[in-house]
Design a binder for this molecule. Structure first.
Ligand code: NAD
Length: 355
């Protein structure tokens, strides 16, 4: 059993905690909170042991009548791996604490790449974690691009990729983010930082990225054009994507026209928190012209990095091979959404009352 602690129980941390708790080879020892708010209550309701992230706040938990098992150092002494899900930039400040406790760490994409020994994406760079004491799971956008690029690069070779990232302004709970009525180039400089971040896990891929922020909270949208070294057919591209469990093709007949209906679909199929762990590709957007492949995909910023964190834990703590770890993670979480209405009838499952 890999004993795991989650430091920072917010948007990403609570999802990673649930995903860890669902793995048969992992034990979630505890999670930290800075204060006894609604998320702390959520952790208690799920039966997770709570630790104070900051020693000074222990009294606040006591005053609120919220029992804690100890503080962060107590948690670090009881685990094999810590997953740092604190706000961007705070992880770098926590690093020395983890090192002092000799606790291997998994950081998030809000940190600079040098926070960890290596940057991690399960599909693109699992093995970099083998000799690493710490890894950084790349951001939600970078994860989405790495998952898409890795199989295409293996099959056809990527000569050049151009991506426009239409980024959600903030997560649903982030009342202080925006814009609320604009489309803002962010960053206004081109290329954006996303391309170099992709190269942290896929160093050989030539990619230019440009990014905008828009007033939505549900998901990011990527408009992608890739010049491949060998010309593909559209059917072959569909088949390639079908073989990737962390890619979900949205069939045209499903009538899902945007992120709103995608999230609704995720809730209808019973996904916890309406989470979409997979990249969501609009099947009818997949277009081939010579060696150029174009498509739209959406990534659920709160969810796509979650299975990657689970694999990152196994990568730093065990010798489990990449494919086996990915399969275990996907099996335990039920990653691999497939529509019953797939455009390609070979891929369509019969609809039964139970579905
Ligand atoms: P969040 O603000 O929702 O959660 C962070 C949690 O950490 C909060 O509960 C906060 O109280 C707690 N915290 C604050 N200071 C702390 C400390 N010193 N020690 C421990 N915990 C502390 O943030 P988030 O969206 O979950 O982001 C966490 C990380 O994941 C960031 O690096 C972010 O860039 C990255 N990330 C976020 C998203 C996203 O869309 N939300 C997607 C991918 C990656």
């Amino acid at each position: 059993m890999i004993r795991v602690g989650v430091n920072g129980y917010g948007t990403i941390g609570k999802r990673v905690a649930d995903a860890v708790a669902a793995q048969p080879d992992m034990e979630l020892v505890g999670v930290t909170k800075t204060r006894p708010n609604y998320e702390a209550e959520g952790a208690i309701r799920r039966g997770y042991d709570l630790y104070a992230a900051v020693a000074d706040s222990a009294r606040e938990f006591e005053a609120a009548g919220v029992g804690i098992e100890g503080t962060l150092p107590d948690l670090l002494d009881a685990i094999d791996v810590v997953v740092d899900c604190s706000p961007a930039g705070v992880g770098a400040r926590n690093r020395s604490t983890y090192e002092a406790h000799d606790t291997p760490a998994v950081f998030q994409g809000g940190e600079d790449a040098d926070v960890a020994d290596a940057s991690f994406n399960a599909r693109a760079s699992f093995d970099v974690a083998r000799d690493a004491e710490s890894v950084r799971v790349v951001s939600c956008n970078t994860t989405g691009l790495a998952r898409l690029f890795a199989p295409l690069d293996e099959m056809y070779g990527i000569e050049k990729a151009h991506v426009t990232l239409i980024r959600r302004g903030g997560d649903p709970g982030e009342t202080d983010r925006g814009p609320i009525n604009d489309v803002v180039p962010d960053p206004a400089t081109i290329p954006s930082h996303h391309g170099p971040d992709v190269n942290a896990v896929l160093p050989g891929v030539d990619v230019d990225t440009a990014a905008l922020k828009v007033p939505v909270t549900a998901m990011h949208t990527h408009s992608v054009t890739i010049t491949l070294r060998e010309p593909p057919t559209e059917t072959a591209v569909h088949d390639l994507f079908e073989g990737e469990r962390r890619l979900f093709s949205i069939p045209e007949r499903a009538g899902i026209d945007g992120a709103g209906k995608l999230k609704e679909y995720a809730m209808d199929v019973g996904r916890p928190r309406g989470d979409l762990w997979e990249n969501c590709l609009w099947a009818e957007s997949i277009h081939v012209s010579g060696r150029d492949l174009s498509l739209f995909q959406n990534v659920h910023q709160e969810a796509d990095v979650v299975p990657e964190n689970v694999d990152a834990i196994r990568a730093v703590a065990t010798d489990v091979p990449a494919a086996e770890s990915i399969a275990r993670t996907d099996e335990a979480l039920d990653v691999g959404l497939r529509s019953l209405l797939a455009d390609d009838e070979r891929l369509r499952k019969p609809i039964t009352a139970d579905d």
